[in-house]
Design a protein around this ligand. Sequence first.
Ligand SMILES: Cc1cc2nc3c(=O)[nH]c(=O)nc-3n(C[C@H](O)[C@H](O)[C@H](O)COP(=O)(O)O)c2cc1C
Length: 204
Amino acid sequence: MSPPPRPILILFAHPALEKSRVNRVLARKVRDLEGVTFHDLYEAYPAFDIDVAHEQGLLSEHDLIVLQHPFFWYSTPALLKEWEDLVLQHGWAYGSRGTALRGKRVLSVITTGGSEAAYQPGAHNRFTMAQLLAPIEQTARLCGMDYLPPFVVHGTHGMDRQEIERHSSDYLRALVALRDGRLDLEQARAYPRLNTDLDAIIRH
Ligand SMILES: Cc1cc2nc3c(=O)[nH]c(=O)nc-3n(C[C@H](O)[C@H](O)[C@H](O)COP(=O)(O)O)c2cc1C
């Protein structure tokens, strides 16, 4: 028997969706997938008035938390940072009595203007994605969550439609495999990105 599906919460943060070429397509591909709750933070909170109790309730109901956003100034868009600051409360998410998130998993799904080659020591952006994402990784760890290698779509500037479509199909494949417990997490950790070689980490 296959393991039960693991419900997925996608926290989507893009402040200018009407201008998006890549995240819009990625989001469309997965938002109606069975087992997925798609939550557009900028749509829900255009004035940044985050409903903390509602967000904590959503987190409690899901097993895999996906943070999907464009890379802005080597980080998340502002509303996702605000969400972290308000929702991950002491005594709830961390601290000796803060155990609500323990055992859940976190996956960053990020698009970057810069190429993968630019995110290397000595290259244009000087640091690797793993280094730049350390605050998110460590935040997840502090909350007792399992941080997965990020799914990163590099080089969005000038990316053609076919390539965007290919990345969105990979995103769908990765989420379905995670939901159905068919993604080899140990093997996945050998790669810098979850989408480095999906064939190598997805079991059939
Ligand atoms: C305010 C802002 C900051 C950005 N910062 C970065 C950055 O630090 N690194 C990078 O590679 N691209 C950066 N970009 C480019 C975006 O990541 C890129 O346009 C986006 O991933 C494309 O996705 P979309 O088509 O869904 O908007 C930035 C773009 C904006 C508007």
